[in-house]
Design a binder for this molecule. Structure first.
Ligand SMILES: [Zn+2]
Length: 592
């Protein structure tokens, strides 16, 4: 059963809601049960309090559309009153004092429908969300739930968990031991390991990147050296300390979700064999492929044409909190399982499926990254860095992330991991940054909600490209879902026009895969040298499209893991017995 909590939206949904359309577009038989709580998205991404007039106009329109119950109005009025006074920031400061990051709370004890509304403090002001009709906000669980199950509408905030006594004047415990909130000493290792060891659970109460006592040390450039390790104190340094003007500008285009008839024509149009990098090879991209509804002869086709295929899970389950808290085993089943399926049914035999991206950009904390080490994944591309100038270079996670864990309720890795992070730099979505007031950034292009036409998108591409090209030349990531480009052909035209223009105007701009970007970071070359850089010449022009096999098999399959569903698996390989799924990725009927 779908949990009501799924419908809750946080500011993260600037990145997440774009994922929905491809559930719908990836297949005609895709699940239709998901209903898009449009009002929530709009509310959640807009602060209640804005100092700037344009935004206030925008926000006014939003509230007219979505937000008109009496309870809500009173909250609004209250915020507005404060807003008009000179002490608006004081009011906010007072309200936000001692709040946990991402904590949702109420301004007043709620009755009835008011219990749907909550707010939180963010760096850009107060943000509000409202649960869909029929649901109330459970302040303890910090999620929307069926209203009969929510018994804390009269509570304004979550009861705070006891914190461990990590820094006291006199140490309470012997070496390598730390104190729970009740002063009991337990081994340091047991803090933030996912299991409550203190009687009061305080060893798991404070485990973010700033508090985990077992967190990775800050970047040490003496120890961390390419090719195995790369970091810099603020994340912006150029690998090899090369001068930015002398190195190529990498552009990393990615597409998420199933590859199938719904989007293959789009990919053929973009990667038509005529668009070339300055070294004469076809431009390349990375596809984060989710399993359900993927057509593996199409996946094989994209791979044969030199693109990179990476893992985006088997189920792509829309229970987003699943990804934040999944166990190491769950992560392995989803991601290593997806790799097994891709390799088998798209016949990829060169061990090149080495990357992954979590669905809904939900980072899975240390469990995700421990799994990646155990399963020999090379890189993740899920962690988002807040909009910054200059942008960040990818980094290895041996040392601590060089930026804050961004987004409410995100579960970033805190410990040391032998994994590359192809960090998602937020894009600046202002059309004209010289004049427009600052807006929150966006990680996926399709979450840049103020792009409304082709011209705006073209300006946006140019401006964000320059933010990279004219500064430290960190790889310029453009992360898409196919549906966004398909649903508005103006965007596609603008994108193709921009690609062609940027290629013809620059001899140092390369569209590369994620792995190719890592290969360059491990072995930095100047623009001059890179023309003959072997890893970028590999599978240079590859085969033309449509030559993988004559007629792929369209195998109608079932699995007892998905009772009652018959799914078609398109593959150039032999049909398996069962539809491949979590416990049976090869479809052999042998459940592990
Ligand atoms: Zn996805």
């Amino acid at each position: 059963m779908k949990l009501p909590g799924d419908a809750r939206e946080t500011d993260l949904h600037r990145d997440q809601w774009k994922v929905r359309p491809d559930w719908q577009s990836s297949t005609s038989s895709s699940p239709s049960s998901y209903s898009l709580p449009v009002g929530l998205f709009s509310l959640s991404s807009l602060p209640l309090y804005y100092p700037d007039v344009n935004m206030r106009r925008l926000i006014g329109a939003t509230f007219l559309l979505f937000c008109c119950t009496p309870g809500w109005t009173s909250i609004l009025n209250r915020v507005k009153r404060q807003d008009q006074g000179a002490d608006a920031t004081d009011f906010e400061k007072e309200l936000c004092k001692n709040r946990l990051p991402g904590e949702w709370f109420r301004l007043v004890a709620a009755t009835g429908d008011e219990c749907r509304n909550v707010i939180q403090c963010t760096s850009s002001g107060l943000q509000a969300i409202r649960c869909p009709p029929g649901l109330y906000f459970d302040i303890e669980a910090q999620t929307c739930n069926w209203k009969d199950l929510v018994g804390n509408c009269n509570k304004k905030e979550q009861v705070k968990k006891a914190k461990p006594l990590l820094s006291t004047e006199e140490p309470i415990c012997q070496d390598e031991y730390l104190a729970c909130a009740d002063s009991t000493c337990i081994p340091r290792k047991q803090f933030c390991d996912g299991t409550e060891n203190c009687a009061d659970g305080s060893d798991e109460a404070s485990c973010d990147i700033n508090n985990d006592p077992n967190r990775a040390p800050v970047c040490n450039t003496e120890i961390c050296q390419i090719p195995e390790c790369f970091c810099s104190p603020d994340g912006t340094a150029v690998p090899g300390n090369l001068e930015p003007k002398r190195i190529p500008q990498m552009v990393t285009v990615t597409f998420d979700d199933a590859i199938n008839v719904a989007n293959i024509d789009l990919y053929n149009e973009i990667f038509n064999g005529k668009r070339k990098n300055p070294n004469g090879c076809n431009i390349k991209a990375t596809f984060f492929v989710s399993h359900k509804y993927s057509n593996y002869s199409a996946v094989q086709d994209m791979f044969n044409r030199g693109h990179e295929i990476a893992s985006h899970s088997i189920t792509h389950t829309d229970n987003e909190t699943f990804w934040s808290h999944a166990s190491i085993d769950d992560w392995a089943r989803e991601m290593a399982g997806s790799r097994i399926i891709i390799e088998k049914f798209a016949n990829i035999t060169d061990n090149s499926v080495v990357g992954l991206r979590a669905p809904y950009l939900r980072v899975g904390g240390n469990n995700q990254f421990t799994m990646m080490e155990e399963q020999a994944f090379l890189y993740d591309s899920t962690v988002t860095a807040p909009l910054s100038n200059p942008p960040l270079w990818p980094y290895t996670l041996y040392f601590r992330m060089p930026h804050q864990c961004y987004g409410n309720l995100q579960n970033c890795p805190t410990r040391s991991h032998a994994v590359w992070e192809m960090v998602m730099n937020e894009l600046d979505m202002r059309e004209d940054p010289k004049f427009d007031e600052s807006l929150p950034g966006c990680a996926m292009v399709d979450s840049c909600s103020n792009i409304l036409n082709g011209d705006q998108f073209y300006n946006f591409l140019n401006y964000n490209f320059d933010r990279h090209y004219l500064t430290n030349r960190a790889p310029f990531g453009l992360y898409f879902h196919a549906a966004w480009l398909q649903n508005n052909l103006e965007y596609l035209d603008a994108f193709l026009y921009w690609m062609d223009e940027v290629s013809s105007n620059h001899e140092d701009v390369y569209f590369v895969t994620m792995t190719q970007a890592i290969q360059w970071i491990q072995n930095p070359r100047t623009t001059e040298e890179v023309r003959n850089f072997e890893p970028w010449k590999a599978r240079c022009n590859a085969e033309p499209s449509g030559t993988v096999c004559g007629t792929p098999n369209a195998c109608p399959l079932t699995t007892k893991e998905l009772p009652g569903e018959t799914l078609r698996l398109h593959t150039c390989m032999k049909c398996p017995q069962n539809y491949p799924w979590l416990l049976d990725p090869l479809g052999e009927g042998r459940f592990v």
